[in-house]
Ligand binder design. Structure first.
Ligand SMILES: [Zn+2]
Length: 311
């Protein structure tokens, strides 16, 4: 990235489906922390055991794997809207949520919300909002791809029905159609930079120019589909080129996500400012990130040229 010395957070990315090359590129581009929201895997799960293993992966192995590349990994725990439509799976998953939601590094209940706005989606959306309230946790809302505006408004209505404070709720995947309502009602307003679809980088620059930077932040939502794990730093670069100040870029690509999620008590800046040195000779459950006799990378105590300098 041309703009050196900037730190970025990607507050919505599904690293479980990305490679270690992505972690390396992300770190080089200045990404210091990521949040991995629990979501579906493309292939629907057929039983709650699959969900249990998935939750274990995103609170365990994936956290370790990120650390091996100098990135701090957090996650959110929830039953996603698509799989809420499998009632048997949904019921059993609901039983797992409290246990996983209270684990280290879990910053919210999420991503929850609507897909097709079915009755079952609504049922488990209600139940998970209630759980968040009971556990005093933040909520990450996935807004639907179809009927986005309607789904977004309805999602906020539900949060308010449950007495949730909008400052404790992150509404994600916004676009030009939803931004005003979400900001006006006091929610954190996140945008996903998907190449060519949801939000392109160019459109995001226009949004920031029009609406400013308060409570607005961006993510890549990169997963197993066509997406870009460098969506945040690339958009930051474009914003700078288009005359948005470095201070504003920092808010949208780092500070606001931190301010939103640090309310959880599970995420703080020191986590990456004072993170442990990378030591790829470490293992997790006997597994390492190395293959075929590769030499482990061991970070030196002295800052290397890769290290991110704080402005
Ligand atoms: Zn997602």
């Amino acid at each position: 990235m041309a703009e050196e010395n900037m730190m970025f957070i990607d507050p919505h990315i599904h690293m479980i489906s990305r490679t270690t090359d992505d972690y390396e590129a992300m770190r080089q581009a200045g990404i210091v922390a990521v949040i991995e929201p629990a979501f579906w895997l493309g292939q629907p799960r057929t039983n709650a055991g699959a969900m249990l293993d998935y939750f274990s992966t995103i609170v365990g192995w994936e956290r370790f794997r990120a650390e091996q590349f100098g990135i701090v990994h957090y996650c959110t725990i929830g039953l996603n809207a698509k799989e809420a439509n499998n009632e048997e799976l949904a019921e059993k998953t609901m039983d797992l949520l409290p246990r996983y939601a209270s684990k280290e590094g879990v910053v919210a209940i999420g991503e929850i919300g609507y897909d097709d706005m079915t009755d079952l989606e609504e049922k488990y959306f209600h139940q998970q909002l209630e759980l968040a309230k009971k556990m005093d946790m933040l909520v990450l809302i996935h807004t639907p791809h179809r009927n986005k505006k309607q789904g977004t408004i309805r999602s906020m209505d539900l949060c308010e029905e449950h007495g949730l404070d909008p400052s404790k709720v992150i509404v994600d995947h916004n676009n030009e159609e939803t931004v005003e309502d979400v900001l006006d009602r006091g929610y954190w307003t996140a945008f996903t930079i998907y190449p060519g679809t949801k939000m392109g980088n160019e459109r995001m620059v226009d949004i920031v120019k029009k609406y400013g930077t308060e409570r607005i932040f961006i993510d890549s939502a990169a997963d197993w589909g066509r997406s870009d794990p460098l969506g945040v730093p690339k958009t930051a670069q474009l914003m700078l080129q288009r005359g948005i100040s470095k201070e504003d870029v920092k808010k949208v690509c780092y500070q606001n996500a931190l301010d939103a999620y640090k309310q959880s008590g599970a995420m703080k800046e020191e986590d990456w400012l004072d993170r442990p040195k990378i030591d790829q000779s470490q293992t997790y459950g006997g597994n390492s990130v190395l293959r075929g006799g590769l030499e482990p990378f061991i970070e030196k105590e002295e800052p290397s040229e890769d290290d991110i300098i704080i402005e």
